[in-house]
Design a protein around this ligand. Structure first.
Ligand code: ADP
Length: 285
C-alpha cells in the first residue's frame, strides 16, 4: 500500500499514547501510538510478553487504557460499550473455546448477527456467507465441541465475520493448525483483504507476515519498536533480533543473495523475490 494513500485515509482505529497496567502487575503498554486506516492489513509481531495481546484487546475495548485514548470508528473506547465497539471491530480470540458456546455450528454463526439486531433475512445471508467463506457449511449441524481445533478456529472466525465488522482482529489464528490448515486460513484472509476488509493479525509466524501482510508493527517491552512496511521491517536482522524476532527464511535467502551481489537489493517477501529474479533474468537475456 502506498504510504501517501494510507496517510490520506481516515483511521478506523487510533491509539494515542496508550498506557496500560494490569492490576497489581507490570505496565504492559508504555505509551503506544498508532493508527490503522480502513483497508489496511497490519501484522503485530514481537517476542513473548511484548504486549501484543494487551494491545489487541485495546483495539476492541476489552481492555481500556490506564491513560491515553483509543478511538474506534471515532468513538472513545473508554466511553463506549464492548458491544457497540463490536459493530466496528471483530475480535477472534487466540483460543476459540473462549468464544464458542452454542450447540451447533449454525447457531454459533447466527448468534452474533441475531444479537446485534440484524433482521432475519440479513442474519441468514451473513451467516451463510461466513459459513461459505470459512468452508464450514457442511458442518452446520455439528456441535463445535466435537470438532477439531482447526474447525473450531474456523467457526470462531466465521461467527465474528457474520457480524460484518469493518476491522477483523485475529490473535495468533494459526496456532495449533497444520501447514495445510494454516495456508487455507491465510488464503481466506487474502480473499477478505481483497474485498477491502481491514485486518490486524497478531502472530509470531514471520513467514505469514512476509507472504500476506503489508505493514508490520513490532512490539518490544510494551512499546512500538518499529512500524513499517514489510520490506523495511525485515531489512535489519540485528534490529529484529533485539526485538526477539528473526526474519523468515525467504527473506534471509534474499538478503544473502543480495549480500553476495547475485541479486540487487529490494526483495523481502516471496512475491518480491520472484519479481526480482524474473526482472534480473529478463535483463540478462
Ligand atoms: P504477548 O501477547 O506479546 O505475549 P501480553 O500482552 O500477553 O504479551 O503480555 C504483556 C505483559 O503483560 C507480560 O509481561 C505479561 O506477563 C503481562 N500480562 C499479560 N496478561 C496479564 C494479566 N492478565 N495479568 C497480569 N499481567 C499480565
Amino acid at each position: 500500500m502506498n504510504a501517501s494513500v494510507t496517510a490520506r485515509r481516515l483511521p478506523i482505529i487510533s491509539l494515542q499514547d496508550v498506557r496500560f497496567s494490569y492490576e497489581g502487575g507490570i505496565e504492559a503498554l508504555k505509551g503506544v501510538s498508532l493508527s490503522v486506516a480502513r483497508g489496511e492489513n497490519v501484522a503485530v509481531v514481537g517476542g513473548n510478553g511484548s504486549g501484543k495481546t494487551t494491545l489487541a484487546k485495546h483495539l476492541n475495548g476489552l481492555l481500556k487504557p490506564s491513560s491515553g485514548r483509543v478511538l474506534v470508528g471515532g468513538e472513545d473506547s473508554s466511553k463506549t460499550s464492548v458491544a457497540m465497539l463490536a459493530r466496528t471491530v471483530g475480535y477472534v480470540f487466540q483460543n476459540p473455546d473462549y468464544q464458542l458456546f452454542c450447540t451447533s455450528v449454525e447457531e454459533e454463526v447466527r448468534f452474533g448477527p441475531k444479537n446485534m439486531g440484524f433482521g432475519r433475512d440479513d442474519e441468514s445471508a451473513l451467516a451463510e456467507r461466513a459459513l461459505k467463506l470459512m468452508d464450514i457449511s457442511h458442518l452446520r449441524e455439528q456441535s463445535p465441541v466435537s470438532l477439531s481445533l482447526g474447525d473450531r478456529r474456523k467457526i470462531a472466525i466465521a461467527s465474528v465475520l457474520a457480524t460484518s465488522p469493518i476491522v477483523l482482529i485475529l490473535d495468533e489464528p494459526t496456532t495449533g493448525l497444520d501447514s495445510v490448515e494454516s495456508a487455507q486460513l491465510m488464503a481466506t484472509l487474502d480473499v477478505l483483504r481483497s474485498e477491502g476488509m481491514t485486518v490486524v493479525l497478531i502472530t509470531h509466524d514471520m513467514r505469514l507476515v512476509a507472504q500476506h501482510m503489508d505493514r508490520v508493527v513490532v512490539m518490544s517491552e510494551g512499546s512500538v519498536a518499529l512500524d513499517a512496511g514489510v520490506e523495511e521491517a525485515f531489512s535489519d536482522p540485528d534490529r529484529l533480533r533485539r526485538c526477539k524476532l528473526l526474519a523468515p527464511p525467504i527473506t534471509v535467502l534474499a538478503q544473502r543473495l543480495q549480500a553476495q551481489g547475485v541479486l540487487p537489493k529490494g526483495a523481502a517477501t516471496p512475491l518480491q523475490l520472484v519479481e526480482l529474479v524474473a526482472r534480473v533474468r529478463g535483463e540478462r537475456q
